[in-house]
Design a protein around this ligand. Structure first.
Ligand SMILES: Nc1ncnc2c1ncn2[C@@H]1O[C@H](COP(=O)(O)OP(=O)(O)OP(=O)(O)O)[C@@H](O)[C@H]1O
Ligand code: SF4
Ligand SMILES: [Mg+2]
Length: 329
């Protein structure tokens, strides 16, 4: 059994305008020592998905299962989840300033983190551990810098401090939510290397959330070979999560749209070899992938399955300036 197994997770928020369907039926699993990547457009529910695992989406209506180390996180009371947060599952956010309190010294915050989960650790012991952790994540002169305030650290150093804090309780799982988006490319690469190295040293599982496919290709264990080729992004804007399109939610933007895509929602099904690669799409299984022959299969499927209504949508998509180079257009 995997360390974390999420099955058919659904999260929606009732709002004055209607129900926001932020997460619709997500399933995945992650093992100790492995890295899973979650990629998606802005607003596609990546943060809500992982915050829900930690009980941090108040007001959200949650369905599904998220079994972590034998316990369904979604069935736990807030006080039980509080004990798991930090100690067993740690989170690193995009902006460390949302997690680091500006008015407290960095070292003090790590000490508090350690002692809030184990009061038997003395302040002196916890400070020693904070110094050691800051050194481990590459903060120079950690014995002095442990007394700095967050604003005295650069952006990259703050992110390193966040990683130190995440590691402070030796969690089994780290969730990194866009941990490098706010950093420049060089620092980004250093932070990713650091995360990977520390994760491998401690056999921690890592969930890496990003909208950067390059990051995923570098870091995740399970990326299909197609990632080495150029991926073609879908055009247009994500839809309103309150008024989702009928059928396949991608149909107003998909260059392959067929008639049934307008009315029937495709279910997730395995594609390629084995069960590890799944896709929800009405195109035939063999037409999945980036090879030239699969493109031909897609053309054939579209030729058979597209008539009046879908043809109009396809025309509109093809006319968008960003569609240039799209295969079907
Ligand atoms: N408490 C809430 N009430 C209503 N809607 C919410 C709430 N929290 C999140 N949402 C909505 O859920 C959707 C998913 O948001 P989420 O923050 O998970 O996206 P994301 O994929 O993390 O995006 P980004 O890449 O920009 O961080 C958004 O449309 C957001 O507005
Ligand atoms: S072809 Fe696949 S992705 Fe495109 S609209 Fe149809 S079901 Fe959705
Ligand atoms: Mg997010």
């Amino acid at each position: 059994m995997s360390l974390l197994e999420v099955t058919d997770l659904r999260v929606s928020f009732p709002t004055a305008d209607g129900l926001v369907q932020a997460v619709r039926g997500v399933s995945f699993s992650v093992d100790s020592g492995r890295t899973i990547g979650i990629v998606g457009e802005s607003g596609s529910g990546k943060t809500v998905l992982t915050q829900t695992l930690l009980g941090l989406t108040p007001g959200g209506e949650v369905e599904g299962k998220a079994v972590f180390d034998g316990t369904d996180l979604l069935s736990l009371r807030p006080d039980q989840l509080r004990r798991i947060r930090g100690a067993e599952i740690a989170v690193i956010f995009q902006d460390p300033l949302t997690s680091l309190h500006p008015l407290y010294k960095v070292g003090w915050q790590i000490v508090e983190m350690i002692r809030s989960h184990d009061r038997s650790v003395s302040k002196k012991q916890a400070t020693e551990r904070a110094v050691e952790l800051l050194g481990r994540v590459g903060i120079p002169s950690p014995r002095q810098r442990v007394h700095d305030y967050p604003h005295q650290f650069s952006g990259g150093m703050r992110q390193r401090a966040m990683i130190a804090m995440a590691l402070s309780l030796s969690p089994k799982l780290i969730i990194a939510d866009e941990p490098t988006t706010a950093l420049d490319a060089t620092v980004q690469a250093q932070i990713l290397d650091l995360l990977l190295r520390l994760q491998q040293e401690s056999d921690t599982a890592l969930i890496m959330i990003t909208h950067d496919l390059g990051v995923i290709a570098d870091i995740a264990d399970d990326v299909s070979s197609a990632a080495a080729e150029r991926l073609r992004p879908i055009t247009g804007q994500p839809p309103s999560l309150i008024r989702l399109p009928s059928g396949c939610a991608f149909h107003p933007r998909c260059a392959y749209v067929m008639d049934r895509c307008l009315t029937e929602q495709p279910r997730l099904a395995p594609v390629g070899d084995g069960d590890s690669h799944i896709s929800a799409c009405w195109l035939p299984v063999l037409a999945t992938g980036l090879a030239p022959e699969t493109e031909e299969l897609r053309r054939q499927a579209v030729a058979q399955g597209r008539h009046a209504a879908a043809a109009k949508i396809a025309e509109a998509i093809a006319e968008r300036p960003e569609s240039e180079g799209s295969v079907i257009a």
